[in-house]
Design a binder for this molecule. Structure first.
Ligand SMILES: [Zn+2]
Length: 189
């Protein structure tokens, strides 16, 4: 596998600034105010809505998978205009903000458990942060799992959940002014 070309040069092999458990402050805020989008704007893909300048889950359906005609409490209209939310935009463009590789012999021997933990963590985090979603969990030819997400926070949350439940080694690299994250969790025994 070749190295991602988008990594900043100072992240080149041999001089990377990552370390197990090292976390730097998060400057990128995927929940920054959405500016011009009017209150009640609705994402046609996931039904998330703009409320007080931020994307929130549609409370009637959990905001995820069902068609909605929900009215957000306190908003005067069910929807303003339709705008694809940032998470659905990343999904549509296949442009993940976060990538996490689960590597090591332990991964293939505990794949079902690990997948369950990924799903559970994503569900829990998604309730708090509607733009943080799993995009895909794919088994690679070497038995490792590649996880992609729409937000960087979910990678961190999943990495820490893995460590709590399954120990292992966690490395997190922030890229491109911390708008992206690439992480590896490894356990061999
Ligand atoms: Zn959406």
């Amino acid at each position: 596998m070749s190295k991602p070309s988008k990594a900043q040069s100072h992240h080149a092999a041999g001089s990377r600034t990552h370390g197990a458990g090292v976390l730097r402050p998060q400057r990128h805020d995927p929940y920054r105010p959405v500016g011009k989008l009017p209150e009640g704007s609705t994402c046609p893909a996931c039904q998330a809505q703009v409320h007080k300048g931020r994307w929130v889950r549609s409370p009637a359906n959990g905001g995820m998978h069902t068609a909605a005609n929900a009215t957000f409490p306190g908003s005067s209209r069910a929807s303003g205009s339709a705008h694809l939310c940032p998470a659905c935009t990343r999904i549509a463009l296949r442009d993940p903000a976060g990538t996490l590789h689960l590597k090591g012999r332990y991964v293939s021997e505990h794949e079902a458990e690990l997948r369950a933990l990924l799903a559970h963590t994503a569900e829990r985090e998604g309730a708090l942060h509607p733009l943080e979603r799993l995009m895909a969990v794919r088994r690679q030819a070497d038995g490792s799992l590649e996880v992609t997400t729409t937000g960087i926070h979910l990678v961190r949350a999943v990495g820490h959940a893995l460590q709590r439940a399954h120990q292992g080694q966690l490395e997190i690299d922030y890229l491109e002014e911390e708008s992206r994250v690439r992480s590896t969790w490894t356990r061999d025994d």
